[in-house]
Design a protein around this ligand. Structure first.
Ligand code: AMP
Ligand code: MG
Length: 502
């Protein structure tokens, strides 16, 4: 007997099974906005592994990738929107920012059951564009691709890169540059500034709707807390404290930690003028627009706390009907952020120097190494990677010491460290192994990124970009064939400034 369905040709499943919860929120949360088509899209990179993790039909997407990831073809089920948000930029409040050049296509549930956003960045103007053109240049798109994927491989929470295409159209900054569109994947695109958008309008009801949505999406375990909005503040503070500690552990400088560039999910977002530090200096700033060092390497934890305080302000009316009581409760969370951060930071630093147990002197031991590194201009990444080799065998000590200008200083530190290791249970081999899992050999060094961008923009040569993606996919492995990528820049290669991705 034949099946009743035999003669029916089912339509091919859509390559992306969208389920767009944000587009179901009230209309004041976003503006409907389709991408603006571009002249001649060309695929630069497609992240097949991520597409598969997201449960997408990678093969179907790849066949039509240039059209899909430029916004020229809108897939069935996409509901393109630009999200409304506000934000403090360098401390100054701007009541309306919003997605001026980003368009959320929709959401999917990935293979692990997690909801993820798929967004085009540089897909044309939106009602939030203000005077901007809604477009992105190729350089910043490649930078975001490289650094966000590197952050993921380094095991930091981050937005991801699904695709990059060029548009065949110029964008005009100081000079005409090749245009590009970046496809970003995020746990969500909700920022501290999204809360501020409604709070600044006195729209407490929308703050409540947003808070409930965020709890559902990112923090379902706090749903039944006695004070769920206070619990939300606490949960976001915890994720940000943990995240910023991780940034410090790998020498990352975000560069523009405005409240609109801080997610409530705890993912790193908005890779503009971000950069990794080469030689260690806590005052390091790369961003050309950060003239006062507000977002310097070592200021990041304090700025995280400042941003969390701004989130707390938006939640006050929900935390307690008495404003005084609400302020006290929120303040306690903001204060505790400092201890949370310190706890995460010290735990990570212990791991970086190979300690599996805790001792009261550890903080001082860590700080004294950092002080020597700063004084002697030691490379942040190489110092810790080489220390792992020293942990394995004393014969590797010369290479470690060579990273410092004056050997005596660090030799005395090594003595203290060895003394401390005598109280540790691990074997040297095991210790070195653990240290190599937290101290990368490869980071996206600025000079390498700049070289890759220059080759792509000036010569249409993407080989350096691809090489960087390859080496940075395994940052904790010694990849001998990529050894030069582990090296700091030569003086002439040093990058002193980075620029926003606008
Ligand atoms: P960013 O500095 O990238 O975090 O962006 C800050 C604000 O400026 C956001 O509201 C962006 O959407 C907006 N923006 C940045 N670049 C552009 C652009 N080229 N066109 C329109 N809006 C932009
Ligand atoms: Mg931004």
């Amino acid at each position: 007997m034949s099946s009743p369905l035999r003669d029916i040709t089912l339509p091919a499943a859509a390559p992306i099974a969208f389920d767009n919860s944000y587009a179901r929120l009230p209309p004041q949360f976003f503006a409907e906005q389709a991408p603006t088509p571009v002249r001649a899209p060309r695929l630069i990179q497609f992240n097949t592994a991520l597409a598969e993790e997201l449960g997408l039909d990678a093969a179907a997407l790849e066949r039509d990738a240039a059209a899909i990831f430029s916004g020229n073809t809108l897939l069935a089920g996409a509901e393109p929107i630009a999200i409304a948000y506000a934000g403090h930029q360098f401390g100054n409040f701007v009541p309306q920012l919003g997605d001026g050049r980003a368009i959320l296509l929709g959401e999917v549930i990935d293979r692990h059951g997690r909801r993820r956003d798929i967004q085009l960045k540089g897909a044309g103007p939106t009602p939030f564009s203000r005077r901007g053109d809604g477009r992105a240049a190729l350089g910043p798109v490649l930078r975001e691709y490289i650094v966000s994927e590197a952050m993921h491989a380094l095991r930091l929470p981050t937005t991801r890169a699904l695709a990059a295409v060029t548009t065949g159209e110029p964008v005009y900054r100081e000079e005409p540059l090749p245009g590009a569109v970046f496809t970003r994947v995020a746990a969500s695109h909700i920022r501290v500034g999204t809360f501020q958008f409604f709070a600044a309008r006195g729209d407490t009801e929308s703050v409540r709707v947003l808070a409930d949505y965020v709890i559902d999406r990112h923090y379902p375990h706090i749903k039944d807390s006695q004070n769920r909005y206070l619990a939300l503040l606490e949960a976001v503070a915890e994720r940000q404290a943990a995240l910023i500690a991780r940034w410090l552990h790998i020498g990352f400088i975000h560069g523009v930690m405005n409240t609109d560039n801080m997610t409530v999910s705890g993912e790193t977002i908005d890779y503009g003028p971000c950069a990794f530090m080469d030689s260690y200096d806590p005052a390091t700033v790369f961003s050309s627009i950060d003239r006062n060092g507000r977002y310097a390497y070592a200021n990041q934890p304090a700025i995280g706390q400042w941003n969390i305080a701004r989130l707390g302000e938006t939640l006050l009316p929900l935390i307690d009907p008495s404003i005084d009581a609400a302020v006290d409760l929120a303040n306690a969370v903001i204060k505790a952020y400092g201890e949370r951060f310190q706890g995460h930071w010290l735990a990570g630093m212990r791991a970086k120097i190979g300690l599996a147990t805790e001792d009261d002197g550890d903080l001082d031991l860590v700080q004294s190494l950092l002080a020597w590194m700063q004084e002697q201009g030691a490379d942040f990444t190489l110092t810790f990677r080489r220390l792992a080799a020293v942990a394995e065998s004393q014969s590797n000590e010369a290479a470690f010491v060579a990273g410092f200008n004056a050997a005596e200083s660090v030799t005395s530190w090594l003595g203290r460290w060895r003394e401390r290791l005598t109280c540790e249970p691990q074997t040297p081999t095991k210790r070195a192994e653990s240290m190599r899992l937290v101290n990368p050999a490869f980071i996206p060094r600025n000079h390498r990124i700049e070289q890759a961008i220059a080759a792509a923009v000036e010569d249409d040569d993407f080989s350096l970009f691809e090489a960087l993606l390859t080496v940075l996919a395994k940052p904790y492995e010694d990849q001998q064939n990529f050894a030069p990528y582990a090296e700091p820049p030569q003086p002439a290669e040093r990058v002193l400034q980075t620029f926003c991705g606008t």
